[in-house]
Ligand binder design. Structure first.
Ligand code: HEM
Length: 445
């Protein structure tokens, strides 16, 4: 893709441009000429499987990479960015906390925390006040995650501080991401805000890590688990643990909030989906609290989530670097090249999906035949780095959606706009201001 076509299209609308480039090439590998940066866009499910799974050793996360450098300054060699033995040791330590079976055991605790957070809507609903849909999701998700994954070691007030600091970090490192060749000795806009935010994160997280290292326990929350010796007897140092705590905090909360933020505009735009979803929640949950046994019966709710993850995958870009020369579908990939893998792109390609831009949960009906390609749908990545939190996320998201809809109806103040805002995670550009009304049910005689 020559520079004169690639650059203007990417500047105008990067997501749409990437989908178009991939479609025009019918899923073949596309080399994007962006001047000094010439990444390879990989979109065919067969090639994705090679990169993420079959030849994973040849496609590490960009170890020396410019793209990850600012991220590494916040989280060090954390699970989200590391490779090799450091990654293996952390993944091995955390894995038992995130199995499908363990996630199931957390459902009751999650349901209780979510129920309490949603209770706070009673006032705005009564007074006819609007609430900000993303802010409310943040409150619900932070409350739940701190309770369930961090065993309340991080207070809600501190969780808000860390979350705001992470937002600052993401914005403040943008100039460095856009100009990765500028050395850190040269000051750039955003540096001061960046350092301030990192200080805030350290102020909250380091004392918690030190406390947990000084008083080891058998608890199965994230901090206690990261502070225990690994199979080789080694305990990572406090900066390594701090990086993993921050990485887990960030990924567990940001992606969940980003994905669920699409629920409001999507349901407003698709009343027929909203009606079916409401009917299912009413039939299965009624007016009681959502319980563990309800979840397997909320099949349409799950289909809606699967379709949200197809069109709006929070983790929209998965960059990799080729370690050695390789070939994908007849295209030579030289050592050192950046390879761009994007669930957003492949999941919106007409080559692999019928009418791909239409929001249609029926694609995920349990009786539909299996898709031809495993990697035509991969919102949680794939291979050894596949998302650790996927089971937990799906349960938590089902609980949040069904708790909210069993108690409230909402309307958006403005016509729904489904344009994404590009950030570390993919969220809607439009703010969703929700007018809430509590569901009135006849009082039983
Ligand atoms: C909408 C929800 C989520 C989406 C779309 C999502 C997506 C992803 C994707 C695409 C990857 C692969 C990254 C790569 O290959 O480089 C990933 C990795 C990861 N995710 Fe998620 N995620 C979500 C929620 C969560 C939650 C709730 C948690 C934790 C509680 C979590 C923890 C992780 C971790 C630790 C990794 C790194 C795994 C590794 O490299 O070994 N994610 N996620």
């Amino acid at each position: 893709m020559p520079l004169h076509r690639a650059l203007p299209a990417l500047v105008r609308d990067p997501l749409a441009a990437l989908v178009r480039f991939a479609e025009e090439a019918d899923g073949q590998v596309v080399r994007l000429n962006l001047g000094t940066f010439r990444p390879y866009l990989v979109s065919h499910p067969d090639h994705l499987q090679q990169v993420l799974r079959d030849r994973v050793a040849n496609y590490p996360r960009d170890e020396q990479g410019l793209l990850w450098r600012p991220v590494r300054r916040v989280v060090g060699e954390a699970i989200l960015v590391a490779e090799g033995s450091t990654w293996e040791s952390t993944r091995g330590a955390l894995q038992p906390l995130f199995t499908a079976k363990r996630a199931e055991t957390l459902v009751d605790r999650m349901a209780e925390a979510i129920g309490m957070a949603v209770d706070d809507w009673a006032e705005p609903a009564r007074q006819g006040r609007t609430v900000d849909g993303a802010d409310e999701l943040k409150r619900i998700v932070l409350t739940t995650t701190m309770r369930v994954l961090f065993a309340d070691r991080i207070s809600l007030v501190d969780a808000y501080r860390v979350s705001a600091a992470l937002d600052t970090v993401t914005t403040a490192m943008l100039p460095r991401l856009l100009a990765p060749f500028v050395p850190y000795s040269v000051p750039m806009p955003g540096d001061r805000a960046f350092h301030g935010a990192v200080r805030t994160i350290d102020e909250v997280v380091l004392p918690i890590v030190r406390q947990a290292l000084a008083h080891p326990t058998d608890d199965d929350d994230i901090v206690a688990t990261l502070c225990r010796p690994r199979p080789d007897g080694r305990v990572p140092d406090e900066y390594q643990i701090r990086g993993d705590v921050v990485a887990m905090f960030s990924t567990a909360t940001e992606t969940t909030i980003a994905l669920l933020s699409w629920l409001w505009p999507v349901l407003e735009k698709h009343p027929e989906v909203a009606t079916r979803l409401h009917a299912e929640v009413e039939r299965v949950v009624g007016d009681g609290p959502v319980r563990r046994e309800h979840l397997p019966q909320l099949t349409y709710g799950r289909m809606v989530l699967d379709e949200l993850l197809r069109l709006y995958p929070a983790g929209w870009l998965i960059p990799r670097t080729a370690a050695a020369d390789d070939e994908l579908g007849g295209v030579r990939i030289p050592a050192g090249a950046t390879v761009l893998v994007s669930p957003y792109v492949t999941q919106r390609m007409a080559t692999f999906w019928d009418d791909p831009t239409r929001f249609d949960p029926e694609r995920f009906a349990p009786d539909r035949p299996r898709r031809r390609y495993r990697y035509a749908y991969f919102p949680f990545g794939g291979g050894p780095h596949q998302c650790l939190g996927q089971y937990l996320f799906l349960l938590e998201a089902q609980l949040i959606v069904s708790t909210v809809l069993s108690r409230y109806r909402f309307r958006l103040g403005a016509p729904a706009d489904l344009t994404p805002r590009l950030g570390a995670s993919l969220s809607p550009r439009q703010r969703s201001m929700l007018s809430l009304s509590a569901i009135q049910r006849p009082v039983a005689q």
